[in-house]
Design a protein around this ligand. Sequence first.
Ligand SMILES: Nc1ncnc2c1ncn2[C@@H]1O[C@H](COP(=O)(O)OP(=O)(O)OP(=O)(O)O)[C@@H](O)[C@H]1O
Length: 234
Amino acid sequence: MPLLDMKAVRGGYGDADILQGVSITVAEKEIVVIVGPNGAGKSTAMKAVFGLLNVRGGSIVFDGEDITGWAPNRIVQRGICYVPQVDNVFREMTVHENFEMGGFLRKGDLSAAYERVYELFPDLKAKRRNLAGDLSGGQRQMVAMGRALMLDPKLLLLDEPTAGLSPKYMEQIFQITRDVRDAGVSILLVEQHAKQALAFCDRGYVLATGANRHEGTGQALLADREVAEMFLGG
Ligand SMILES: Nc1ncnc2c1ncn2[C@@H]1O[C@H](COP(=O)(O)OP(=O)(O)OP(=O)(O)O)[C@@H](O)[C@H]1O
């Protein structure tokens, strides 16, 4: 059974259905990417998993439990964390304070959790007293990921983590994403950099106009002529 099993989900923000029956699965310790043209519903599909959408059809099962219609705070407690594309750090707080905010919902000694995030993001250890707002875009993205990881999720949702980053930082974020997966966390991410993301993920989905178009391993999607012509710029 996959860790996340989203089946034929329909829904939107208001009355109109943006998602027209989207199905996505994520297995334990798998990196799954959603790609597709602008407005395809990629971010919306991710928001559906996190309880930010009016889901009017289909189901979302996580770790054996039907979480369809649950509120985000309950979903977080169940083991899913979501890193939105923008406004994902507290800019007026230090790196460490951001991590403290991340751990806010957890009880007990968090020293192991801090150790784990600083191990994953060694660059941030030296900048732990710096304001998050003073960091580069790539480092802010790391703060956002680290903050989410403080909650020790089973599944991490990342909405365009490499948006606006240089190729160097994009590679670094991908590498860190692999490290996070190797530490036992499953990852679902939305990416604009489709070719690079498909090359790095385990499996991918191509969405268009709110529906599934293609799915397969990253390598299979990259090798698919129709995917290349229609969605990857030839
Ligand atoms: N908060 C919102 N309220 C109403 N409509 C929205 C909202 N967010 C997105 N939409 C609409 O939902 C559709 C899908 O948007 P979504 O952001 O999921 O696309 P996307 O595939 O992630 O594309 P992009 O790469 O441009 O972010 C678009 O038509 C968009 O205008």
